[in-house]
Write a protein that binds this ligand. Structure first.
Ligand code: ACO
Ligand code: KIV
Ligand code: MG
Length: 582
């Protein structure tokens, strides 16, 4: 690719004695949502007042305590929304709204005025401090740039004293483009701002350090934050906040490494909305903590509802592969993934049964799924979807989870081959209903009950263990006189009343409890036969094990005889009708 020579790598800070790489995160930081400000200002169609209110309610309901609600001097809508929140008393007592303004005197005054009547609020002032902005945008030297911030802080305090009496007012200052600012200058400006605000116990200050345009590796940002953490004065009264953007796609990493390096607060947007490639995604950050065993303090237990609301407010879809929330992030199409997931689910049930606890209480340990979909209100059904990349594990999962049939291993492989051929032919995904249909047409016999005729066969039978077992002992005796050599009888799953059937598993819809399902692996030759002429599977569903076994053997025998299609069979038990996957 031509043109790389026009760019230069970011020069890292020299911090050889950095300590953040050895640290761990033990608790959630303070969160600020800037969906209604940074998120909103980046939308092609900024939110209407109704959409803003919907977003505000969502943020409050999920647990955000600091919400940047707008840039009141930017537009009448922004101004009116802040007024609406205050005048209609819509701000819960434990929530602090924040409003942003540039460091320009008249804008600062108007911003303070907009908060009249608020009982609790925060003013957030910013000015860019990087060399490029000092030179290009402001035409100012360092001192001039520092004085902008100092003057704006003073003007804000003076005005607030006049118009915000009785308001519990907090203050936040951001050196915009911090990541591109010389650290000593960023420090100088922040110290000067603190000299005006005079932070002290009960009257702290938030110093917020943005990667306004992300340019470096996240470890470089972490070094910058650790350096500040060491050098800021009045540190106990400073809340060290970060505001990562995602231009390099490493906003989440930058935020997390910044936490290691001393940051105590993170600003971002839900699902990473925000300028250009977005602000850091707060959902991802919260969930990353959650899967490390740390309560993020934000309730994402119905992540689909959160997503739907955000999509409606922003008029922008969330990507199907967005971490934790995308349509496809709890879904495996590929065979080996599906196999491992199924084994993980099976083991969970065994362990839960052994421990006598609901599966939902077990520590989460399932291959390929970093989080239990149920913890975020998602379901298990979409975990496995079948196409030409799938294998027997996935097909077996679908047959079990959707149709309540626990197929023996050989039948899983046999069905999987047919499913794969069909998926290859169609070039797409096979729904659980289609797979059930294929299974029914291929294997299930349900013609008139009766004894099998034709060649003698040798069979191995699997009786669906979730059904009544009466008759199992008699199978050999019942089938023998008809030239059927029953080599072995197995059960496919523990019966419903055994503890392995946890409440969750038992709740899966299954066939009528009166029905017995028998799977027959048939080979040619009666008693003493060699069974070398091929294997065919048949499935019988009947009122008792003997009837079902006859049917299964008839189906398998027909297939052995080369009848590729069985007589029409009774439909499988209704597959579950699910709402949209996930
Ligand atoms: C990184 C961020 O997300 S910062 C937030 C960005 N958000 C927004 O800008 C949305 C809201 N902004 C607006 O509606 C408008 O920009 C307003 C109302 C604030 C100002 O509008 P205008 O006065 O027309 O100025 P304009 O939008 O062109 O901004 C450029 C001016 O702001 C100045 N400026 C930019 N940032 C700052 C700052 N933080 N402090 C002081 N002045 C600043 C520039 O130097 C420039 O001044 P100049 O006209 O003297 O050269
Ligand atoms: C206003 C500041 C904090 C900002 O949004 C940024 O620098 O990205
Ligand atoms: Mg920003």
């Amino acid at each position: 690719m031509q043109g790389a020579g026009r760019y230069t790598a970011f020069t890292p800070l020299d911090l050889p004695d950095r300590t953040w790489p050895g640290r761990r995160i033990h608790s959630a930081p303070r969160w600020l949502s800037t969906d209604l400000r940074d998120g909103n200002q980046s939308l092609p169609r900024p939110m209407s007042p109704e959409r803003k209110l919907m977003m505000f309610d969502l943020l409050v309901n999920t647990g955000f305590k600091e919400i940047e609600v707008g840039f009141p001097v930017a537009s009448q809508d922004d101004h009116d929304f802040v007024r609406l929140l205050i005048e209609r008393d819509l701000i819960p007592d434990d929530v602090r709204i924040t409003v942003l303004t540039q460091a320009r005197e008249e804008l600062v005054r108007a911003t303070v005025d907009c908060l009249r009547g608020a009982s609790r609020a925060m003013i957030h002032i910013y000015n860019a401090t990087s060399p490029l902005f000092r030179e290009l945008v402001f035409g100012l030297d360092r001192a001039g740039c520092r004085d902008m911030a100092v003057r704006a802080t003073q003007v804000m305090m003076d005005r607030a004293e006049h118009v915000l009496g009785g308001c519990d007012l907090s203050y936040q200052y951001s050196p915009e483009l911090f990541n591109e600012t010389e650290p000593d200058f960023a420090l100088e400006v922040c110290e000067a701002v603190m000299d005006v605000w005079q932070p002290e116990a009960g009257r702290g200050i938030i110093l917020n350090f943005p990667t306004t345009v992300e340019r470096s590796l996240p470890n470089v940002f972490a070094d910058q934050i650790e350096w500040l953490d060491r050098h800021l004065s009045r540190r106990e009264h400073v809340c060290l906040s970060v505001h990562p953007h995602n231009d390099r796609g490493t906003g989440v990493a930058a935020a997390e490494l910044a936490l290691l390096a001393g940051a105590e607060r993170i600003e971002g947007c839900l699902f990473g909305n925000g300028e250009r490639a977005g602000n850091v995604c707060l959902v991802t950050l919260c969930m990353n903590l959650f899967v490390h065993g740390i309560d993020p303090g934000i309730d994402l237990s119905d992540i689909n509802a959160v997503r739907r609301t955000v999509e409606e407010c922003n008029q922008m879809p969330v990507h199907p592969r967005h971490p934790y929330a995308g349509d496809l992030v709890y879904t495996a199409f590929s065979g080996s993934h599906q196999d491992a997931i199924k084994k993980g689910f099976d083991e969970r049930e065994r362990l839960a049964a052994r421990a006598g606890v609901p599966v939902g209480e077990l520590p989460w340990r399932t291959p390929y799924l970093p989080v239990d979909p149920k913890d975020v209100g998602r379901t298990y059904e979409a975990v496995v979807r079948v196409n030409s990349q799938s294998g027997k594990g996935g097909v077996a999962y679908v047959m079990s989870a959707w149709h309540g049939l626990d197929l023996p291993r050989g039948l899983q492989a046999d069905l999987a081959a047919r499913v794969q051929a069909q998926a290859d032919a169609e070039g797409g995904e096979l729904s659980p209903s289609r797979i059930g249909e294929l299974f029914r047409k291929e294997y299930v016999y349900h013609g008139a009950p009766g004894e099998p005729g034709g060649e003698p066969v040798t069979v191995t039978l699997w009786v669906d263990g979730a059904c009544a077992l009466e008759g199992q002992r008699d199978l050999r005796a019942a089938l023998g006189p008809w030239g059927i050599d029953v080599r072995a009888v197995h059960r496919t799953a523990p019966p419903l009343d055994e503890p392995a059937m946890t409440p969750e598993r038992a709740a899966l819809p299954r066939r009528s409890p009166r029905d017995v399902v028998v799977y027959a692996e048939c080979t040619t030759g009666g008693p003493g036969g060699t069974g070398t002429e091929g294997v065919a599977w048949g499935v019988g569903i009947g009122a008792d094990a003997v009837a079902a076994a006859f049917s299964a053997v008839r189906a398998g025998s027909a297939r052995l005889a080369g009848h590729t299609r069985l007589r029409p069979s009774r439909p499988l038990p209704e597959p579950r009708r699910l709402a949209a996957a996930g």
